[in-house]
Each structure stands twice: as C-alpha cells, then as structure tokens.
Design a protein around this ligand. Structure first.
Ligand SMILES: [Zn+2]
Ligand SMILES: [Zn+2]
Length: 365
C-alpha cells in the first residue's frame, strides 16, 4: 500500500489547477481502492470516501482536505518537484490530502469507531465559487447527523508539532468588488462641459476605505483612469476586496458602498456600474469542538497556539454555515517559507503529526 509520504510526493510532482484535478482524483481513487476504502466522485474532480464503523451509522464525522494547486512555476530543488510546468502545490494542499489519506487508511484498518466517517478530497479551494460549495450542492450528507466537519491548513509560522486554533470567527468572508465609473469625459480645462469621472472614482475610493474598522477590511487595489494631463476619460475602472466576519456586517458594508456610489453619481453626473462577486463565507469554528480539540492536542503533547482571527479566506466557510465545524492550522516549520510562493517547501514530518491528530479527532468526535 502507498504510504502517506509517497502519496504526498506523487501529488506534489503532478499538481493540477482548481477544478482540473483529473489525474489527482484518479490517483486518489486508485489509492483508496488499494486500501479497501469505498468512494464515489463528487463535484466532478473530487472524491468522497466513506468508512462505516459500528453502532449508529447515521452519526457522521466529515474530514475534509483540498487538492488543488496554484499557477506558480516551482523553484525548489526537491527531488519530487512539480513536473507540470507553471503549476505548483504552493499552498500545502498536497499535505492536507496526504494527511486525510493516512487517516482514512488507519481508520479503515480497524473500523473500531462509532458511526460513519466521510473523507472529502475537495477540488477547487483556490477559486471562486470554491469546490466546497459544489460538494455541498450535491447534498452528500443528506440523512446523516453530521456532528463535526474537520479541516486543516498548513502554517509555516508554526513549527512541526505545533497546532493553531481559534474559537469562533477565524477567517473572513471575501467578496470581490469591481466598479466602472462612467461619464462624458473631455478637455480637462473645460470642466463645465464634462463629468469628472476621475474625481467621482477618487471620492468613491476614499469613501470605501473609510469603511475599514475592527471587523471590516476593504481595499481598492486597482484604479485605472487612462486620461492625460488635459484629458478626463469617459471611464474609470476600480477593483478591490471586501473582508468581513458576519453576514449582517457583510451586507451592511455592501449597502454602504452602493449608497455612496449613488450619492457621488448624483454629485458628478456620472453613472457607476458595480459588480460584487460573492466569495466564501467566513470560517467560524464551533467553540465546543475547539475546546475538545485543544484538550486532545495537549493530551498528545502537541504544542497549542491560540491564534488571532485573520482576514484571509477559505472555502471551508461553506461547511461552517451548514454544520458544526473545526478548522485548525498544522505547523510545517518556519523553514518552509511563505505559501503561494515558488519556493514554499513544508516539512514532511508534519504529515505524521497531522495524521495522528486528525485520526484522534475523528475517533473521539
Ligand atoms: Zn492558497
Ligand atoms: Zn490553501
């Protein structure tokens, strides 16, 4: 049988982009077959494994790993570096998948736990609308009493053997903002004959930035006003991101931005088209699950760090909306470097730590 390390190295060598995980899914299926674990396809390029234990089989724990890679050219000297030009497992999803595979193999050997354990090898975490939403749209846990959905992410600010937890709000909801501020441009010296699209867009940017507070992050990162010293353009394009933690605040901030745009249009005589691409919901952990997980980690003599909430996003948020959920961070060593870079190289010893801990959680939940 393939070991978790071999499994990880295979995925690392053959990374595939979001929603294109064709070979990855086939490989996972082959490895699960060898381990005698039943599985089915989900969300096209995802794989859903199922292991039945004993007792009440309607009680279920769901373990989730993402499997997609990033459009980055790898620059490590690993012997198992990417052979797929321009694509790299630079976010550690190969580690997540290997941990899940290792856990499932161990659980399938004895089947001595209560209830049913599902393992989702989920596609498309890195791309809107997120593979998690596609998995859930197929209602794979209909009829089950899901007591916990468990996910993890590698973290190179933690050493191997360290785990990071956060109660409640952990990671933000993310929405992409796009604006087209349009009007009648013209000679910049003849202001009475034109609509100042640049002035309107600049005011809109300033007003949006004013919406930042202790629970909201909003930024405009792109602003294209392609006029000249003496030309006001007909259109200014802007784009940015909105990060929030609760749905009420998320909605209120969008309303605020919308209202400001209308006010500025009235003032400048412009017309602003606004597009908000809804991203993932916030990752909000169940407090009771976090407490138990922290206690198990301490029993296993793992180092526990309680982390601050962060404004990055994760499509795991889709599971949190529906089920009691637990998300934690798995230390892969500070030598690993930053994720989403061409030199990211997590310490593989984290895989064994991850397997031991997730197996414990699955059994005890
Ligand atoms: Zn990522
Ligand atoms: Zn990731």
């Amino acid at each position: 049988m393939i070991t978790a390390i071999e499994f990880r190295r295979h995925l690392h060598r053959h990374p595939e982009l979001s929603f294109e995980e064709v070979h990855t899914a086939e490989y996972i299926e082959q490895c699960l077959d060898e381990a005698g674990i039943s599985h089915s396809r989900i969300a096209e390029t995802g794989v859903l494994a199922k292991i039945e234990g004993k007792g009440d089989l309607s009680k279920a724990v769901v373990l989730r790993a993402d499997i997609d890679a990033l459009p980055i050219e790898e620059h490590t000297d690993l012997e198992y570096a990417s052979e797929n030009c321009g694509v790299m497992h630079a976010c550690g999803h190969d580690i997540h998948a290997a941990v899940l595979y290792g856990v499932l193999v161990r659980l399938a050997e004895k089947r001595d736990f209560e209830g049913t354990i599902f393992g989702i090898f989920q596609p498309g975490e890195e791309c809107n609308p997120g593979g998690a939403s596609k998995v859930l749209a197929e209602e794979p846990f209909e009829g089950y009493n899901v007591v916990a959905v468990i996910g993890e992410h590698t973290d190179s600010s933690l050493e191997v053997g360290e785990l990071g937890f956060c109660k409640g709000e952990f990671m933000a909801a993310n929405d992409e903002l796009r604006f087209w501020v349009r009007g009648k441009g013209g000679h910049a010296a003849m202001r009475e004959q034109l609509n100042d699209t640049v002035g309107a867009a600049a005011d809109l940017t300033t007003a949006i930035i004013c919406a930042n507070d202790d629970k909201t992050v909003v930024s405009i990162g792109r602003f294209i006003a392609d006029g000249a010293t003496n030309v006001i353009p007909d259109e200014v394009y802007m784009e940015g991101t909105l990060r929030t933690f609760d749905e009420q605040n998320r909605y209120a901030t969008k309303c605020y931005i919308h209202d400001i745009a209308i006010t500025l249009d009235n003032h400048y005589g412009t017309t602003t088209e606004m597009d908000i691409n809804e991203g993932y919901p916030a990752v909000v952990c169940d407090d009771a699950l976090v407490d138990k997980a922290v206690a198990f980690a301490i029993e296993r003599r793992l180092l526990v760090k309680m982390l601050e909430k962060r404004y990055t996003a994760e499509d795991f948020g889709h599971y949190c909306v529906k089920y009691p959920s637990l998300f934690y961070r798995l230390g892969v060593g500070t030598e690993a470097g930053r994720s989403h870079t061409s030199t990211f190289a997590p310490d593989e010893r984290a895989i064994e730590v991850g397997i031991g801990f997730m197996e414990e959680l699955a059994r005890r939940f």
